[in-house]
Design a protein around this ligand. Structure first.
Ligand code: GDP
Length: 532
């Protein structure tokens, strides 16, 4: 079925770049923006990166909150497509946020440093993509350096990440004798010349994979590449669109982002191979992207620049319909109406892209707390999108106010920070002291700082004995709420409710958890909670 919105949906591509720090994400982002004509902002990506690297201090992260709102979504036009590139926070303590961003994309571009191969952060991010069957394109960067052999890299990616790798280009040499890449589909060679400000159109193109001139001009590196390509022709799997679209196969490209080499091929592949926005699951029904009515889901909340105002920007991934500034929207959870007249303008070279949005696009809605993570917005229909993950925290702290008269402010502050996803807040059944849960230490520091500066609360954040948390549920067939209540009553010293009142069991050691699981066979224990 198609509607008048179908053409708009088909020309959209929404993706994120996943990589380990320093693999070249920032550089690649900049080059991608160059191709779409958004040159004037390319420098701003670098500026932001510079401040991020200046110190890993959390105060810096704080300062950057404002800047990163603007550059956390970049929209560009390339060929006939509207491309949305979502930034994923680099610091690993913020990985929870990153995971949620990955629920809002339709494809991911994995950048691998050719010298380092598959690195830990890449592996973790990829697991999230694979759990959602997100299609992955692979860019092997820094071929202008002495790096690993391409066959070894290919093998490592296949083994470590469990995907079939299909080379679309193949490098001729590396480091000082990097001569370029063979385009295995177009059967031609793109010759490499170094230079930061080179334009892709300046590249010399030579026809054929085994042009007789190659051996003389490129020598040994060519002969090696030729041998490898022969091997690949026999051994590598053919590209299978279905396998790619379900994340089982990844097309691989080689290049050097800093030299703007091999980048355009990736952008073209994104347009040609990556999927347009598809249908999204909700509790009630599947929502098609080209349905007339607007629907969207909040996948990220970010505090705004000015701490005094407590503005927040809700990032909404449009799931269907046509968004226009000023239209009336319903927040399904609360039933409240929202009429966003100001939507945040993300970086774009064409202003008109910002006033309306279609499936796959991201809109930023400033608000004072009306919108929470996981919220569904519609034109009136009661729908709840599923799939926004919350991860069981791995670190816990108790929190108290120095001045008991400010405990109301503490609760208000923590509720808001919890809704933003900056921290998870738990209310223990048997104690009035709140518990904070995080996946990274830095989160606690940021929360303490923000409580003080935005809510005027000096909080004492202290160690907690808990180390492991699991959300608990009970299926109807196993006794449902009644059995769950029995569990909660029997474990009241270690049960707490989270921000949406989902019960959680907290323990000190993993073996303790196994004992509880054995004692309560009808209760289900979850390390991941999907917003419902
Ligand atoms: P990010 O942390 O993944 O965003 O990485 P950056 O884009 O900041 O790159 C990290 C470093 O690698 C920077 O010093 C870049 O200049 C450098 N770099 C990026 N791409 C290349 C490349 O193709 N070749 C070389 N030699 N260096 C690169």
């Amino acid at each position: 079925m198609s509607t008048e919105l179908t053409p708009q949906v088909r020309r959209r591509r929404t993706f994120a770049i996943i990589s380990h720090p320093d693999a070249g994400k920032t550089t690649l982002t900049e080059k991608l923006l160059l191709f779409s004509g958004a040159i004037q902002i390319a420098g701003s990506v670098k500026a932001r990166k510079a401040s991020r690297h200046a110190t890993s201090d959390w105060m810096e992260i704080e300062k950057q909150r404002g800047i990163s709102v603007a550059s956390s979504v970049m929209q560009m036009e390339y060929r006939d497509c509207v491309i949305n590139l979502l930034d994923t926070p680099g610091h690993q303590d913020f990985s929870e946020d990153t995971y949620r961003v990955l629920t809002a994309v339709d494809a991911a571009l994995m950048v691998i440093d050719a010298a380092n191969g598959v690195e830990p952060q890449t592996r973790r991010l990829l697991q999230v993509c694979r759990a959602r069957n997100t299609p992955i394109l692979t860019f092997v960067n820094k071929m202008d350096r002495e790096v690993q052999e391409p066959l070894a890299l290919m093998d490592e990616i296949e083994r470590e990440l469990g995907m079939e790798v299909v080379p679309f280009t193949w490098p001729v040499g590396m480091g000082k004798s990097f001569h370029g890449v063979m385009d295995l589909r177009e059967e031609r060679m793109r010759v490499f010349t170094p230079g930061e400000d080179r334009n892709h159109n300046d590249d010399e193109i030579l026809d054929g994979l085994d042009n007789p001139a190659y051996a003389e001009r490129f020598g040994m590196p060519y002969e090696q590449a030729q041998g490898e390509i022969e091997l690949l022709t026999d051994a590598a799997p053919a590209f299978d669109s279905e396998a790619f679209l379900t994340g089982r196969q990844t097309p691989m490209f080689f290049g050097s982002a800093v030299n703007n080499f091999g980048v355009r091929e990736v952008l073209d592949a994104l347009v040609d191979l990556a999927p347009a926005p598809g249908a999204r699951a909700s509790l009630q029904r599947e929502v098609a992207p080209d349905e007339k009515k607007f629907t969207g889901v909040v996948f990220k909340i970010q505090a705004n620049m000015d701490p005094a105002h407590r503005d927040r920007i809700a990032f909404v991934r449009v799931a269907s319909g046509h968004f226009e500034r000023g239209m009336r929207l319903k927040v399904v959870r609360s039933g409240k109406e929202l009429r966003p007249n100001t939507v945040v303008s993300f970086l774009s070279q064409r202003r008109e892209l910002l006033d309306e949005a279609f499936a796959g696009d991201i809109i930023g809605i400033p608000n004072h707390g009306v919108l929470q993570l996981g919220d569904t917005l519609t034109e009136g229909e009661s729908l709840q999108f599923t799939g926004l993950p919350f991860f069981a925290p791995e670190m816990f702290r108790t929190v108290e106010v120095a001045d008991p008269l400010r405990s109301k402010q503490l609760r208000a502050g923590l509720t808001q920070l919890g809704e933003e996803g900056a921290i998870q807040v738990f209310r223990p059944v048997a104690s009035s002291m709140l518990l904070l849960g995080a996946v990274g230490q830095l989160q606690f520091e940021v929360v303490a700082h923000r409580l003080e500066h935005e809510y005027g609360v000096k909080a004492r954040i202290m160690p907690s004995r808990f180390q492991v948390a699991r959300w608990v549920t009970c299926d109807e067939a196993d006794g449902g709420d009644k059995e769950l209540k029995r569990f909660i009553d029997g474990n009241s010293h270690r049960v707490a409710y989270d921000a949406v009142d989902a019960p959680t069991v907290l323990v000190e050691y993993a073996p303790e958890l196994r004992a509880i699981e054995a004692n309560w066979p009808k209760i289900k224990f979850h390390a991941l909670r999907e917003h419902a």
